[in-house]
Design a protein around this ligand. Structure first.
Ligand code: 13P
Length: 254
């Protein structure tokens, strides 16, 4: 076990109105109040961020956004800046989720600006990377990860790399019920850590790398026990307070 604090983050995607989010958080807070030694975050929609920040104040649950624009301001209809998130006391932001890359044309080039912009604003960036099924079958997993990690972190100063969180989410495991084997998860995440070590060995020991893709209460413990896996980015199973709390509990044991 490393001395990196595990992080369990729930990516709600396009789910939960404010009323639904309030119901969730009231059920979650008592279930995770004793989870000392695990960082917990929920990532609601933009519209529920403020309510969730208010409802989690003084608790161990942080609130992260699901996306952010790299510019401070400008003619970017529909976008949200880092300052708009920090004004609400949001603590971090998911960047480059595969759904944003695939469905909304998010590019590595934009991510190369988003990650340092988030850090500069005091937000924890959660940079998502991962290969498609075709890329894995073609033996292209490492090439894809190398490209995404190097591009996403290109403009982050080496001494700040440890402040970034990276989420390895194989696309074929997202929302499919197909979870990476422990060996696949460990190999890919160790590879990502080695990429960071190429910039700074010291920061590679600090950087937290999460696994994401069909994490559930019944498979979390095995994944979280892997030496390089520092937590989980959870989609579907984060929508239910009980199953999300069980995953947090698995991190306590891991
Ligand atoms: P699932 O846990 O639903 O597979 O989603 C994973 C994910 O995309 C988290 O960001």
């Amino acid at each position: 076990m490393s001395d990196r604090t595990p992080l369990i983050a729930g990516n709600w995607k396009l789910h939960k109105t404010i009323a639904e989010a309030e119901q969730f958080i009231q059920a979650l807070l008592p279930r995770v109040s004793t989870a000392e030694g695990v960082d917990v975050a929920i990532c609601p929609s933009f519209t529920a961020l403020e309510a969730m920040v208010d409802s989690t104040r003084g608790s161990r649950v942080a609130v992260y956004a699901q996306n952010m624009h790299q510019a401070d301001h400008g003619a970017f209809t529909g976008e949200v800046s880092a300052a708009m998130l920090t004004e609400l006391d949001v603590g971090g932001v998911i960047l480059g989720h595969s759904e944003r890359r695939e469905l909304f044309a998010e590019t590595d080039r934009a991510l190369a600006q988003k990650v340092p912009a988030a850090l500069a604003a005091g937000l924890v960036p959660v940079l998502c990377v991962g290969e498609t099924e075709e890329e894995r079958e073609a033996g292209d997993t490492e090439r894809k990860l190398r490209h995404q990690v190097q591009e996403g972190l290109a403009r982050v100063d080496a001494e700040r790399l440890g402040e970034v969180v990276i989420a390895y989410e194989p696309i074929w495991a997202i929302g499919t019920g197909l979870v990476a084997t422990p060996e696949q998860a460990q190999d890919a995440i160790a590879f990502v850590r080695a990429l960071v070590a190429g910039r700074s060995r010291e920061q590679a020991e600090r950087v937290r790398i999460l696994y994401g893709g069909s994490v559930k209460a019944d498979n979390a413990a095995e994944l979280l026990a892997l030496p390089d896996v520092d937590g989980a980015l959870v989609g579907g199973a984060s929508l239910d307070p009980e199953s999300f709390a069980e995953i947090v509990a698995a991190a306590l044991e891991g």
